[in-house]
Design a protein around this ligand. Structure first.
Ligand code: HAM
Length: 439
């Protein structure tokens, strides 16, 4: 071992894909978590904390052997036996928390009360993915699950809509701008095999034209073809059969009810037939919330994802217990909030009105009132400023400066300079709002 003074010893750094969270960022993390806890409390959720590692089998059976998460991304090891009486065990750092929550639901017989259980969690998850902005090997999720016996109403579309409405409220309360909800139904275990068979048949003559990954997926797990992001493949994939055409009556009615409830709550959504999500336990409703480009996430624009998993409990050896839930990528949420705050701070006003001479101040204020009433953001200078000072002050806070001298006041023609281009123009007063509105 090298001692502390040994300059030849290299520095030990955090492992690739992991990060330290430091102040002041941690203040934002804590604020986000406090807001989530408060919102979850208003909807009757209680906190659950499950172990960070579980038996590997839980994820193989729950999430699905063919998924990328299980087949490529899990941190799995054999935990040595410490005594002759102990067996070695395959363990895995949890790549997600839904399987763990459902395991706990079964293990603690949480369904026996007959009531609906509403559980939330906040904690680290682990996936061996290629690290990039918004994608880490240890990342945090804020998630929640609603699960219970059928008699508790756990299968009802009202649960789906309530979870989605809660998410919309949470994102609004946190101040996330421009989020978009993509919604789909992937059908029940009854619909899926028919759709997968149709997809497989449709892919058969086309697969040679698709990327290498899709050629493999067409065989092993055709649904995953729909997740493909390779630009050349998109037109072919868009033309493949749509799951909506393979839903049975019950699934179609369930989806219609979810949409009607969202409409009633005023939560906007876009139906996306290709949204099948990467985990095998999903049935019926699936969803993702994304944020617009430029929100600090690069290509990783899925802020959160979730859906219904009506058969998961039985897949894990438990009783029938339909459920629905979601997980927010907390790292991505924080990046978004930071990027959007920066953008807001950097956003300049539409105009700065520079009165030329103190006697023009009143006219400047009157013009500012007119422009603000038209919806523009405006700052007014002071007629005592010299022209250079007015320009500097304007450039700091606004995209354009409107000069108000005697000529402008009498002729009703304004002189406007656009800082980004340096262009200076004279415009009629009735064209001023239009010009100043151009970004
Ligand atoms: P998921 O879509 O795999 O779903 O992950 C949910 C969210 O976690 C993603 O939308 C993303 O924001 C974040 N996330 C995933 N991988 C990473 C990563 N490597 N780095 C940073 N953030 C990441 C689930 O995990 C399901 N358990 C959600 C759920 C709950 N479904 C039903 N209940």
């Amino acid at each position: 071992m090298s001692n502390a003074g040994d300059k030849s010893g290299s520095i030990v750094k955090a492992v690739r894909g992991t990060r330290d969270l430091l102040p002041p960022d941690t203040e934002l993390w804590n604020r986000v978590e406090a807001t989530a806890r408060a919102v979850f409390g208003r909807y009757g959720f209680g906190e659950i904390r499950t172990p960070v590692f579980e038996a590997t089998e839980l994820f193989v059976r729950g999430v699905g052997e063919e998924t990328d998460v299980v087949s490529k991304e899990m941190y799995t090891w054999e935990d040595r036996a410490r005594a002759a009486s102990e067996k070695a065990q395959q363990l895995t750092l949890r790549p997600e928390n839904t399987a763990g929550v459902v395991r706990a639901y079964i293990e603690h017989k949480l369904g026996e009360t007959g009531h609906l259980r509403k559980l939330f969690y906040i904690g680290p998850q682990f996936r061996r993915e290629r690290p990039q902005r918004g994608r880490y090997r240890q990342f945090w999720q804020i998630g929640a699950e609603v699960i219970g016996p059928q008699s508790s109403g756990s299968e009802s579309a009202i649960r789906d809509a309530e979870v989605l409405e809660m998410l919309a409220s949470l994102l609004d309360e946190l101040g996330v701008k421009g989020w978009r909800l993509a919604l789909n139904s992937v059908g029940s275990s009854n619909d899926r095999p028919r759709y997968v068979a149709a997809l497989k048949a449709a892919l058969e003559p086309l697969k040679a034209t698709l990327c290498e990954d899709c050629q493999r997926r067409a065989e092993t797990n055709p649904l995953r073809v729909l997740d493909c992001k390779v630009p050349e493949d998109q037109a072919t994939i868009d033309a493949l059969p749509k799951i909506a055409d393979y839903l049975d009556e019950a699934s179609t009615a369930h989806f219609a009810e979810v949409k009607a409830a969202l409409d009633a709550c005023g939560v906007a959504y876009a139906v996306e037939p290709r949204l099948v999500r990467g985990l095998d336990y999903y049935t019926r409703t699936t969803f993702e919330f994304t944020v617009p480009d430029g929100s600090g996430l690069g290509t990783q624009n899925a802020l959160l994802g979730g859906g219904r998993y009506d058969g998961l409990s039985e897949m894990l050896g438990g009783p029938k217990a339909p459920g629905i839930g979601f997980a927010i990528g907390e790292d991505r949420l924080i990046l978004t909030l930071q990027a959007q705050a920066q953008e807001a701070a950097a956003k300049k006003l539409d105009a700065y009105i520079a009165p030329l001479g103190a006697e023009r101040n009143a006219a400047a204020l009157a013009l500012a009132r007119e422009l603000r009433r038209a919806g523009l953001s405006v700052e007014v200078g002071d007629g005592s400023f010299r022209l250079k000072k007015s320009f500097e002050a304007a450039d700091r806070v606004a995209r354009r400066v409107v000069l108000l001298g005697e000529d402008e006041v009498t002729s009703g023609v304004a002189s406007v300079k656009t800082f980004a281009t340096g262009a200076q123009t004279k415009v009629e007063r009735d064209k001023l709002v239009e010009l100043l509105s151009v970004e």
